[in-house]
Write a protein that binds this ligand. Structure first.
Ligand SMILES: [Zn+2]
Ligand SMILES: [Zn+2]
Length: 165
């Protein structure tokens, strides 16, 4: 979940994807169109099986196969519209990259929650290091692992009582 607004973008994800597909001599089929719209309908992190489940019922009389969802997701990743965030609990988690501001994640190793944050100082430090190394950085991704605030809370009284029994 994120509380910062998406960036203004000139072309919609569907338009961007159509552009990418045409460079591969592919076209935006109705199935691909349905999948892209579903993925970009909200900004949550997702895994492919969640999208498969969400498209379980036919959309506009069309049923999208699991294989098509998987293939379309990897094309979307190649096109730079989505990116893999992390692998938690054997889930490959994706998020929107196109039209979404640069941000980093904390990943809770207990509940697998992905927490988004933005910190300008981190970006500035990376820019400085990159410059010193003569590296032209176009973006970055940083993941911190540990225990989230919710999981770090001491067990509730009820739990403690149960433990004593
Ligand atoms: Zn947690
Ligand atoms: Zn994110």
């Amino acid at each position: 979940m994120s509380d910062f607004a998406p960036k203004e973008v000139a072309a919609s994800p569907v338009e961007k994807f159509t552009e990418f597909l045409s460079t591969r001599k592919m076209r935006l089929t109705q199935e691909r169109d349905i999948i892209v719209r579903e993925i970009f309908s909200d900004h949550e992190h997702f895994d492919v099986d969640e999208i498969v489940a969400r498209l379980d019922k036919p959309v506009d009389g069309r049923r999208v196969s699991r294989a098509t969802v998987y293939r379309t997701v990897s094309s979307l990743e190649e096109a730079g519209l989505i990116r893999k965030v992390a692998r938690t609990n054997d889930r490959e988690v994706y998020e929107h990259d196109y039209g979404y501001p640069q941000h980093d994640h904390f990943i809770c190793e207990k509940c697998n929650n992905l927490i988004e944050f933005r910190n300008e100082e981190i970006s500035a430090i990376l820019e400085k290091v990159a410059m010193e190394m003569g590296f032209r950085m176009v973006g970055h991704r940083l993941e911190g692992y540990g225990i989230c605030a919710e999981c770090a809370k001491p067990p509730s009284r009820r739990h403690r009582k149960l433990d004593m029994i």
